[in-house]
Design a protein around this ligand. Structure first.
Ligand code: RI2
Length: 317
């Protein structure tokens, strides 16, 4: 190493993120930060410039895994922008310290966000959940810890079916869960007090990029006058959208939609598998973050305050 080579644990983490063994914006952020620390400690670079080059190479490898989840580049920005020092030890120490700080902030952010989200909930409420978001679960778990009784309707969330994870977690917490296929959501909205979803990315105009199916659910919730809440740490704000950057929507393999066996006889038919969609700000009632609750249209102000000076791509330098 020392010549832009990437250590094994960075490669392993990148593969696990790409295969979605590590998934969810918060988990991706923590794994990314930890992998950069591994690179800093494993590198045998001979001088500070070589170590920086190794770290940037590791960051590029991690960045290439999932194009939509902005927590990944925001993590890289946080750590690489704090990388400093004139010798190898100093650079290494700066990265280790930045990663510790980052992981600590991540833990606090989720529990602070949980407290804000729990304030929206009262005993007897039924919440509909889409996919699996640890930020959403933090809101529900905090409300339960406060003694509020909740029930949940959980959507399966094709094609990866991460709704199973949410349903199992809520069942462990003794929340009565009704599990429904995605196409049943509209029929159940009249039994729901709030829809809670997470986010992979929030743009400067308040658009919420989240698991495919979120935008349709938000339109249905608006149609039925059901509260639509997004639980998302500020780590999910995309600072590149402050200057006109667009969010690319990840497309994954057709085999996630139909297995090779199911595909027999379908081989001339194109299968599209977009992972995320865009929910416009007008369909979102509130964005719950660790810094409080915001109308989506006001996110731009907080985004500028938090990320104004940190919109670059230090892994490309
Ligand atoms: P937390 C997930 O995407 C879901 O879209 C979820 O709403 C979002 O990440 C945020 O998850 P994927 O990684 O950070 O499953 O709240 O594609 O855990």
């Amino acid at each position: 190493m020392g010549d832009g080579e990437v250590c094994d644990s960075v490669t392993d983490t990148a593969k696990a993120i790409a295969r979605m063994e590590i998934r969810g914006a918060a988990a991706i952020a923590e794994a990314t930060a930890t992998a950069l620390r591994e690179q800093a400690t494993a590198s045998d670079a001979g001088d500070a410039a070589a170590l920086r080059s190794d770290l940037r190479a590791a960051a590029r490898r991690l960045h290439a895994t999932r194009p939509t989840a902005v927590s990944l580049p925001n993590t890289l920005r946080y750590v690489l922008n704090r990388m400093n020092g004139d010798d190898v030890e100093a650079v290494r120490d700066s990265v280790v310290t930045a990663v510790e700080e980052f992981c600590d902030r991540l833990d606090h952010a989720q529990s602070d966000l949980g407290t804000v989200g729990a304030n929206r909930l009262t005993t007897g409420d039924t919440v509909m959940a889409h996919c699996h978001s640890t930020d959403v679960l933090a809101c529900l778990e905090t409300a339960l810890d406060q003694g509020k009784e909740l029930s949940a309707i959980v959507k399966e969330t094709r094609p990866r079916k991460q709704g199973h994870l949410s349903a199992r977690r809520l069942d462990e917490l003794d929340v009565p869960v009704t599990f429904v296929v995605d196409s049943a959501a509209y029929s159940y909205l009249n039994e729901v007090d709030h829809v809670f979803v997470g986010a992979d990315t929030i743009t400067a105009d308040g658009t919420v990029v989240n698991k495919i199916g979120t935008a349709g659910l938000a339109a249905s919730a608006r149609n039925r006058n059901v509260n639509f809440v997004v639980a998302a740490q500020t780590l999910k704000f995309d600072p590149e959208t402050l200057s006109g950057g667009r969010v690319d929507i990840e497309h994954r393999a057709p085999s996630e939609v139909l297995s090779d066996e199911q595909r027999l006889g379908f081989d001339t038919i194109e299968i599209a598998n977009p992972t995320f969609d865009r929910t416009p700000a007008r369909h979102v009632d509130a964005v719950v973050t660790e810094r409080g609750q915001f109308p989506p249209e006001s996110i731009v102000t907080l985004m500028r305050e938090l990320y104004g000076p940190e919109t670059g791509r230090p892994w490309e330098e």
